[in-house]
Design a protein around this ligand. Structure first.
Ligand code: ZN
Length: 354
């Protein structure tokens, strides 16, 4: 729980993932050999009894957020979105600006309903009209007294909190600190048991702006099998049809069959599903017409790497607060450990397409 709190509360928008690196280093120091690539992706190597097959477990460290682009004369901040936001969930949300001199709290300003015109009420506000209010009286105060300057990252504020049912956890940035937590816990679990391969837990950078950290880190890892650890889009809420999002909290790990960056490798998919069956771990399927994951880059590395996305279902991703179920986390972890224990030379060779 402490680790999940530290991971989700760490402020780390694309390109500014250092706080997340620190948390991962804290938990894996001593258990894995850790190196970084030139963009900041963290590569944590846990050797088993054989150098190959190499299994890359990728969880992206970045979360969606913003960057200051301009300070108005009146002291308000204009910003660039980092990652995919629906503007309706941004209004009136609390954020923190990380400056050279420390953190400055702010809020995405919005008009009270009393002064909205009929037309404005019906429309979704656009990013370009939004601003962040940090309580500065002028540009000079924002710059000089608060230390804000263009280029500073802006991070959603949303504390980690177990809900009334303590198996449900509310936090920001499950996308994809849950993936980071999964490779940390997998490597910790493997410390006590043998595995016939080498595992690389990779905290990738800049996934939300175009899978960039996976593109660079996969080169250093040179894996034989890729598993992207992600959130699944839970659809168990009012107004979402099963045809839009079919996974539900508490019903098990999600195997992603398709997204716009990858078609799941059929043999790896079946291998994982058969391990889940043996272990009596429930699984769910999902397919996304839009969006991609780190596996989208890993699977086209060099001559091609069998890859799959395994996810923990999460409600309300890409907003200030998401909800996951601990049962799903634990089952996904159990599945990963079981898959890795079986992925020896022969099993990896068996993934070759007919
Ligand atoms: Zn995302």
């Amino acid at each position: 729980m402490t680790m999940l709190r530290e991971l989700t509360e760490a402020p780390g928008v694309p390109g500014f993932e250092a706080p997340v690196r620190r948390v991962i280093r804290k938990y894996l120091g001593g258990l894995a050999e850790i190196e970084q690539d030139g963009l900041g992706s963290l590569i944590c190597r846990k050797a088993g009894t054989s150098d190959r097959p190499r299994i890359m477990l990728a969880g992206h460290m970045d979360e969606i957020g913003f960057m200051v682009t301009l300070i108005t004369k009146e002291g308000f901040l204009k910003f660039q979105t980092l990652g995919g936001w629906w503007s309706q969930v941004m209004l009136a949300q609390r954020v923190v600006v990380k400056t050279r001199r420390g953190e400055v709290v702010g809020i995405v300003g919005s008009k009270p309903p009393h002064i909205l015109t009929e037309d404005e009420r019906k429309k979704v506000a656009e990013h370009k009209d939004m601003f962040i209010d940090i309580g500065a009286a002028s540009e000079a105060e924002a710059r000089e007294r608060f230390g804000v300057r263009p280029g500073d990252p802006v991070i959603p504020v949303s504390p980690f909190e177990p809900m009334a049912n303590p198996r449900l956890l509310l936090a920001k940035a499950w996308d994809c600190r849950i993936g980071c937590a999964l490779f940390i816990d997998t490597i910790k679990a493997l410390a006590d048991i043998g595995h016939p391969n080498t595992v690389y837990g990779v905290g990738t950078v800049q996934e939300e702006v175009g899978l960039r950290g996976a593109t660079t880190s996969v080169d250093l890892v040179d894996p034989d099998v890729g598993l992207a650890l992600e959130v699944g889009i839970a659809g168990d809420m009012p107004g979402v049809k099963e045809t839009e999002a079919q996974t539900k909290l508490g019903q098990g790990p999600v195997v992603l069959l398709y997204d716009s960056s990858m078609v799941a490798h059929p043999k790896l998919r079946d291998f994982v599903l058969s391990v889940a069956e043996d272990q009596k771990i429930p699984t769910q399927f999902d397919a996304m017409a839009r969006g991609g994951t780190d596996a989208g880059r890993i699977h086209i590395h060099k001559g091609g790497v069998p890859s799959l996305v395994i996810g923990v279902p999460c409600r309300y991703i890409h907003s200030h607060s998401g909800i996951i179920h601990l049962d799903d986390y634990e089952n996904t972890l159990k599945l990963l450990v079981a898959v890795i224990r079986r992925l020896d030379h022969a099993a990896a060779a068996g993934l070759r397409m007919d």
